[in-house]
Design a protein around this ligand. Structure first.
Ligand SMILES: [Ca+2]
Ligand SMILES: [Ca+2]
Length: 216
């Protein structure tokens, strides 16, 4: 009842209503904007633009593998390996000092040429995330951070696929993190974003972190 009275007051005097929202006097949850006389729960545009569609893009959602330690896994929250393409796992690394390269974001990163342990027989992984709830025909931007192993591009080559089509090849002798971006239209409601480490199976490969995807 109190909220209804508040809305009626707003309808007569929008400026006073905005003042109360700004100073947090409105009771209950309000996270929107006014459309005529109706209070619509619409998220701010800026916040919507910052919402990444990639789950666990920084690889932080994982139980601890141990500070400055690593393990080889078949899946992470949001991510899986494609063992039909390569019998290799995802090497999850935890810590700021492991392998001589701190994560670009948070405490975890992955390495795409892992180790043949935990039942895996190969080391160059094919890992992917199936991203759903896409708007067919809408444009999306994918961003991620990637670094070659000790500046060795030859052993760190990675191909990136979106919706089954190759969109990027990473092959760089530069040391340290680099930002890669590409834009594509969604051709289906669900599209796979895949990282494919070029097979040399020498356990030295590219590092990946901070994968994001935004609707444009
Ligand atoms: Ca991270
Ligand atoms: Ca390699």
């Amino acid at each position: 009842m109190k909220n209804l009275l508040f809305i009626l007051v707003c309808a007569m005097s929008l400026s006073s209503c905005e003042e109360q929202v700004r100073y947090g006097n409105f009771e209950g949850q309000f996270d929107g904007q006014f459309e005529g006389n109706v209070v619509a729960p619409v998220a701010p545009v800026a916040r919507r633009r910052l919402k990444s569609l990639v789950r666990n893009g920084s690889f932080e959602r994982r139980e601890v593998v141990g500070n400055n330690n690593w393990d080889v896994l078949e899946s992470l929250p949001g991510w899986r390996v494609d063992r039909n393409q390569s019998d290799a796992g995802i090497e999850l690394q935890e810590g700021l000092g492991i392998a001589g390269l701190s994560p670009s974001h948070g405490l975890f990163k992955v390495q795409l040429d892992a180790h043949a342990k935990n039942g895996f027989t190969e080391t160059d992984v094919v890992m992917y995330q199936k991203i759903c709830k896409l708007e067919v025909g809408a444009r999306y931007e994918v961003q991620f951070k990637i670094a070659s192993y000790n500046g060795n591009g030859a052993t760190s080559q990675v191909e990136v696929f979106f919706g089954g089509r190759k969109v990027k090849t990473f092959d760089s002798d530069v040391r340290g993190w680099q930002t890669v971006r590409f834009r594509r239209k969604a051709r289906a409601k669900c599209q796979k974003l895949s990282f494919v480490s070029s097979p040399d199976n020498d356990t030295h490969g590219a590092y990946l972190d901070d994968v994001r995807m935004y609707k444009l």
